[in-house]
Unconditional design. Structure first.
Lengths: 68, 469
């Protein structure tokens, strides 16, 4: 179970910050779906050792354009 | 003597090219036959959004004219190719399968289009897709669902739905799709053709509507592995407008010349953890038979472990749809009401996921990539079914089965490895099944070589759906 309890209100607050104006009905539809995503991520974090693991992309400073 | 149109329709690129070389057929005859068939079958299959009859005929005529015909530029010269309708084409409607871009006409060609044209290809039309490539079914589009040529009541798979159906139905000789979680390989599998996703970064995505910058690939969809290689060879290479192609600065092998190389002794891996998942029994039977064929060709098969492969279904959607929200900023949420239900739900959800959660998923992806790399220390290639089920019916209510279509394909987007789907049999209901072969990054030649050998040892790729005569 996620440490985050997703509710209609929390969805509507987050959506407003993102520039989305969701109806109550739409927010209610998204509650179980978002809860599943967050529960899955919590489970993933518990099951995987991500200590000192970097993300799967690398910043390349001042990369020169690729030549054709 | 000109071949009848059905014969043109199911010719391979390699065959057509040889006949053109010998001047036994012309580009005009070929394009004309495919256009006639595409126009006739499109009301039934919904494979095309735009059929470019006038420009294709004009281009074919130019190709058949004096100088162009005397000096062939290679195997693609005069060959009609169709493009998924999220690949930018100068002056041609490019909708991404969405009402959001219903009138969108780009003012430049995508790099892959420029390269195909430079190789002499003729663009035949723009194919159906799942809206903005957001899903694997090919049913969610403002143009309605694409229909499977093997049984029109069944879906094609997606998101390169029209490309898969058109090649299978003989209304395209070859096509391009895009693949972020299997969108080339899934419709290839479900429509009974070849779909290849090369190593990440080998082919430019400039001018292709992004879904996920860290996982998007453009790939060929064809009737044979050799045809896929012909398209790949024309597209591969660095592009200053797509920095992911920095990796393509390394020497590109002659993939076609390597197709008949040695495969004896290749070590093939079955991912142990995938054994926990249930497949359709027909898929399992076809896969077991395919393994016997591969063993008969001199390959060995053993189990390998990729302990984190089960996490892919958790981190992959968060990565791809978070990146999609960023890519859609010009349109979403501004034109949110124009999106279809599937696309808008994915964008809404990804909007509510926080950046820290996106980064958590990218870190999990690193661990997964390390696990795959370890497996590739033990074996040369990994083999799986391409999809766990044959094409579901379009009207099925069991949407859960849709989500599973990409179970075997998306892990190879996450690790950037080359992977191909080749036909490997049929279900009892006569629907095609696919074998997926994946290799180490940059071992595209090995993947293609084994797929070609498997294809030569079987006849699944020669079967044709009974559609259109």
């Amino acid at each position: 179970m996620s440490q985050h309890k997703v509710t209609r209100d929390s969805i509507q607050q987050a959506a407003l910050l993102a520039g989305l104006d969701l109806s109550d009905q739409r927010a209610d539809e998204l509650v179980p779906q978002l809860q599943t995503v967050l529960d899955d991520l919590d489970a993933m974090e518990r099951e995987m050792d991500l200590t000192e693991v970097e993300p799967a992309f690398i910043f390349q400073p001042l990369q020169s354009p690729v030549q054709e | 003597m000109a071949a009848p149109s059905a014969e043109f329709a199911f010719m391979t690129v390699a065959e057509a090219s040889r006949l053109m070389e010998r001047r036994e057929i012309s580009s005009g005859e070929l394009a004309g036959a495919l256009l006639e068939r595409a126009q006739r079958l499109n009301p039934r299959l919904n494979s095309y959004i735009t059929i470019m009859a006038d420009s294709a005929v004009a281009e074919a005529r130019r190709n058949d004219g004096g100088a162009a015909r005397r000096r062939r530029r290679g195997a693609l010269q005069g060959i009609p190719v169709s493009l998924k309708d999220l690949i930018w084409t100068k002056g041609v409607l490019t909708t991404c399968g969405s009402r959001v871009l219903a009138d969108h006409v780009p003012d430049y060609d995508a790099t892959v289009v420029t390269r195909l044209k430079k190789a002499g290809a003729i663009i035949l039309g723009k194919t159906h897709l799942q809206e903005f490539a957001m899903g694997g079914t090919g049913t969610d589009s403002c143009f309605g669902p694409a229909r499977n040529p093997w049984n029109a009541a069944h879906l094609t798979g997606g998101s390169s739905s029209g490309s898969g159906a058109a090649v299978a139905a003989g209304t395209a000789m070859a096509a391009l799709g895009t693949d972020t979680g299997g969108s080339v390989r899934i419709p290839a599998c479900l429509c009974g053709i070849v779909g290849f996703k090369q190593t990440f970064g080998l082919v430019s995505r400039m001018g292709v509507m992004p879904l996920s910058w860290t996982m998007d690939h453009v790939g060929p969809m064809t009737r044979t592995v050799e045809d896929a290689v012909i398209l790949l060879q024309a597209m591969v290479g660095p592009d200053p407008h797509d920095l992911s192609t920095t990796v393509a600065r390394r020497r590109v092998p002659d993939y076609r010349a390597g197709l008949n190389g040695e495969i004896k002794g290749l070590r093939l891996g079955l991912i142990r953890e995938l054994g926990a998942y249930k497949n359709d029994p027909d898929v399992d039977a076809a896969f077991r038979q395919a393994l016997r064929v591969l063993e008969g060709l001199g390959c060995s098969v053993e189990e390998v472990s990729v302990p984190t492969i089960g996490q892919v279904s958790r981190f992959h959607p968060v990565i791809s749809f978070s990146e999609a929200v960023a890519a859609h900023r010009p349109y979403y949420p501004r034109y949110r009401e124009l999106y279809g239900k599937t696309a808008v739900t994915r964008l809404d959800l990804a909007t509510l996921v926080r950046p820290s959660e996106y980064m958590l998923c990218q870190r999990a992806r690193t661990v997964f990539c390390r696990d795959v790399a370890k497996a590739f220390q033990q074996v040369d290639l990994l083999v799986t079914p391409s999809c766990p089920v044959p094409a579901p019916r379009i009207d099925t209510k069991d949407v859960a089965s849709y989500g599973e279509l990409s179970r075997y394909t998306r892990p190879f987007n996450d690790c950037g490895a080359p992977a191909i789907s080749v036909p490997c049999g049929f279900s009892r209901d006569g629907l095609p099944l696919g074998l997926q072969i994946a290799g180490r990054p940059f071992a595209d030649d090995v993947v293609l070589r084994l797929a070609h050998a498997y294809e030569q040892a079987t006849d699944w790729h020669t079967r044709r759906p009974e559609v259109g005569g």
